[in-house]
Write a protein that binds this ligand. Structure first.
Ligand code: SDX
Length: 382
């Protein structure tokens, strides 16, 4: 007798189905709350740095000064890429999307690093720090290669955010720009059981190495319904062309049941708290560098979406304003999602570590709707 898989009620997209117990981050989708290890993101944005937040996500507590200094020093020492990885990145198809380069980059890195013993926390932490440190370097190395510019090695005096701007532009970043990107990385670092983190945990559950875990997670993040939305928001706002065109554009979009990029969320039924924080960053940037007309279009689209579908709980999510900030920081549009991935590498690895503490292979069931048993018919009789 064939072993029947338990056929329970199908839950599309596993909406609301717990996939793990986790202590890393918490969302209240109705109140619009996001907290990492019990600390609200508003507080962390004000008081913390991406490196300190990464430590918090990984270890569960804020670091002492000695712990943070040592962590930052180890990250500095773990940034450089081997020559053959740099050569492989330089040989990547220049027309390819940087998310594909990032995904391949993590896998490439895994080809040069020893597989950590999953029972040895020290080896796992070493791999985690290597991935965290190398993520921005992989992306920046591809950016330089695809634009025909010489590779810019990481600067040991800069942290993750500042180094990324240095490595893509070849110029030391403005302090405000580095701080704003640092806060953006904090805001994007973790977000409970989102699609790319779930992908990370599924691959982790097979006892794959952490390089493969991050590579798989990047593949999930790339999708336009997930991290890929931030890049599409900017294209969408450019397509609208101005606040005066929002009404007709939105009418057509909603009539065709198309998704408006940067809006809606599986959990939040109010404006994503990260969107509020990113708007605050924008105001700081605009005060210094002047506004961006596209922001006026974004505000008008937000107003009209609120009027049309706000009652359905469809509100701006993290991806709605982030692209405007990144554009102001001089980051190319198709690097917006890799920036999201650089931040989320901290979350994916915190979840990898948590999954390995009490691992069980993910192998869900299905509801079979295919053909019943039937006899094979030789081809000449079909
Ligand atoms: C991220 O999960 C995470 O935590 C993700 C993330 C993280 O930090 O990891 O927060 C980051 O991925 C943010 C989301 C970025 N994606 C987008 O901005 C793409 C546009 N958004 C939608 O595709 C959608 O809102 C989702 C995918 C984000 C969530 O969709 P759900 O929960 O699967 O809901 P659904 O698609 O079933 O929509 C429910 C209803 C539908 O209408 P009806 O069929 O009931 O009439 O709401 C409508 C949808 O048409 N709807 C939208 C909409 N989002 C939902 N209508 C227009 N525009 C939208 N954006």
């Amino acid at each position: 007798m064939a072993i029947q898989e338990q056929t329970k009620e199908l839950v599309p997209g596993l909406a609301g189905v717990p996939a793990a117990e986790s202590a890393i981050s918490f969302i209240d989708g109705v109140a619009g709350v996001l907290a990492y290890r019990g600390y609200r993101i508003e507080t962390l944005s004000e008081e913390s740095t991406f490196e300190e937040t990464a430590w918090l996500l990984l270890h569960g507590e804020l670091p002492t000064r000695a712990e943070l200094d040592a962590f930052r020093a180890r990250l500095r020492g773990a940034r450089d890429l081997p020559a053959d990885v740099l050569a492989a990145i330089a040989a990547m198809p220049r027309g390819g999307h940087p998310m594909n380069a990032m995904q391949a980059g993590f896998a490439l890195l895994g080809m040069t690093e020893p597989r950590p013993d999953l029972d040895d926390d020290g080896e796992k932490l070493q791999a985690i720090e290597r991935l965290l440190a190398a993520a921005p370097v992989l992306v920046a190395a591809f950016q330089r290669a695809r634009t025909g510019q010489p590779y810019v090695a990481p600067d040991p005096d800069l942290d993750t955010a500042g180094n990324f701007l240095w490595m893509i532009n070849g110029e030391k970043p403005d302090e405000l720009a580095a701080r704003i990107l640092d806060v953006a990385l904090i805001l994007h670092a973790d977000h409970t059981m989102n699609a790319s983190t779930f992908a990370a945990r599924v691959v982790a559950s097979t006892e794959a190495d952490p390089y493969s875990v991050c590579s798989a997670a990047v593949g999930a993040l790339h999708g336009p319904l997930h991290g890929g939305a931030n890049e599409r928001v900017l294209k969408q706002l450019s397509e609208i062309g101005g606040a005066e065109n929002v009404g007709s554009w939105l009418e057509e979009k909603l009539a065709s049941k198309s998704k408006v990029m940067g809006f809606g969320h599986r959990v939040y039924k109010v404006k994503d708290p990260r969107a509020h924080n990113i708007q605050a960053l924008m105001r700081e940037l605009f005060a210094k560098l002047g506004s961006t007309p596209i922001y006026d279009t974004a505000l008008e689209l937000e107003r009209q979406m609120e009027a049309r579908v706000g009652s359905k709980g469809i509100a701006p999510n993290v991806d709605y304003f982030s692209g405007i900030v990144y554009q102001k920081l001089g980051i190319p549009t198709d690097l917006f999602t890799p920036v999201f991935g650089i931040a989320r590498t901290a979350g994916w690895l915190a979840h990898w570590r948590e999954q390995m503490q009490d691992n069980k292979l993910f192998r869900p069931a299905q509801v079979y709707v295919g053909s019943p048993d039937r006899d094979y018919v030789p081809i000449d009789r079909r």
